[in-house]
Design a protein around this ligand. Structure first.
Ligand SMILES: [Zn+2]
Length: 76
């Protein structure tokens, strides 16, 4: 696919996504698969990956995770 911003080529890569939970706690998800633009560095995360990340955050919230870091690969 092409970058929505600059129409450059996007290569598969990994990114880090920070999320703020309802209780104000911030959880950072590591090793999230993403496409990254070769030209401008824009990151695009696929819909199914986003859904998995949301499940991961749900579980982390229920577990009362205090660390603030979860690894994407651990849930897949
Ligand atoms: Zn771009």
């Amino acid at each position: 696919m092409l970058c929505p911003l600059c129409k450059g080529d996007m290569s598969p890569g990994k990114t880090i996504l920070p999320f703020e939970l309802k209780n104000g706690k911030v959880i950072v998800v590591l090793n999230v698969p993403a496409r990254i633009c070769d030209q401008c560095g824009e990151e695009y995360v696929d819909m199914d990956v986003t859904r998995k990340v949301e499940q991961l955050l749900d579980r982390a919230e229920k577990d009362g995770l205090s660390m603030g870091f979860v690894e994407y690969g651990a849930a897949a």
